[in-house]
Design a binder for this molecule. Sequence first.
Ligand SMILES: C[S@@+](CC[C@H](N)C(=O)[O-])C[C@H]1O[C@@H](n2cnc3c(N)ncnc32)[C@H](O)[C@@H]1O
Length: 333
Amino acid sequence: MALPLLLRLTSSSSSSSPLRFRKPFRLLAYTLAYTFSTTSQPNPPPIRVSLTDSVGRAVFATRPILTGDLIHTAEPAICHPSPSSLHPVCYSCLASLPNQSTVSPFCSHRCHQRSKEYYDVEMKANWTDFDNYCRDKYLNSFQRNQGLKYPFLVKRLACMIISGVARSDSIDILQPANLTPEMILEMEEEFTLLRNAFTKALIEDEQIAFLTKQWYISVLARIRINAFRIELAGGGSYEDLLSSAFASVEAEAAVGNAVYILPSFYNHDCDPNAHIIWIDSAVAKLKTLRDIDEGEELRICYIDTSMDRDARRELLFRGFGFHCNCSRCLHGD
Ligand SMILES: C[S@@+](CC[C@H](N)C(=O)[O-])C[C@H]1O[C@@H](n2cnc3c(N)ncnc32)[C@H](O)[C@@H]1O
């Protein structure tokens, strides 16, 4: 059951801020305002985010929505190419680049303009130690999904903060994972390598004042629960389809990982009524899979639902730290 309203997306707000919100939730409203102002989608999106008594925050429909309709789109708050992607992708939006593209890491002038400040910060530093540490751990990890791909997202966020395009609290609103002492130890090593890279690049102390061990751990704890692995559905050429089919058997099919704000409030269901897709870049589209009633909770699926109940529950508990309360699980299916 939904508890008092946390936030409601409304059409009656001023044009400069598409959201009306209560004071304690200013950070959420700030972040969502940014997310919505940068994307094109149904205006206003037919959803609200509310606090529930069983699963924290959740996304509810504010009107009936038909099967296959676009609920909203979302720009990533942070994204980064996959460490083992076979094909070059745009530094900024993860769109495919031509294979022979060695000249520019951007797919367009717009992407270059949008990310050149933090790209320049990243290019100032020598990332060999940090990247090798994370890549080796990632490639050697037994379960790749839990490997060290997420530190690359923290590195990207740090570059964005240093360049002034993101705030150090930009993902504080997201739910953090519970961390074990072993995870924290591992994070401390990465943190030292990340900070060293910036200090050796002579980035000024006040620019990296936010970059403390506590900040690193708190950001990574949020990324662990909320990052999405991005596989592009395509819409491109026959060659694109062929190469993505090849990539999915040969290596990592994902082009990268990304963190979003609003999509992170969607809870999981083993029989979801909504899904998140990527067509040709890291811009996410949230769409319905069934007809939705007004007031119904919208849920996506975090894992492969073709697995049996025990395997799904084990994976959800290990990966996300929760016992799934969806009706499929509760009915033993
Ligand atoms: C990505 S967040 C979803 C939004 C979250 N409820 C919040 O308040 O930020 C994932 C977390 O939501 C909760 N959750 C999501 N789906 C769930 C489910 N089917 N059963 C129980 N808890 C769930 C778990 O705490 C999980 O770690």
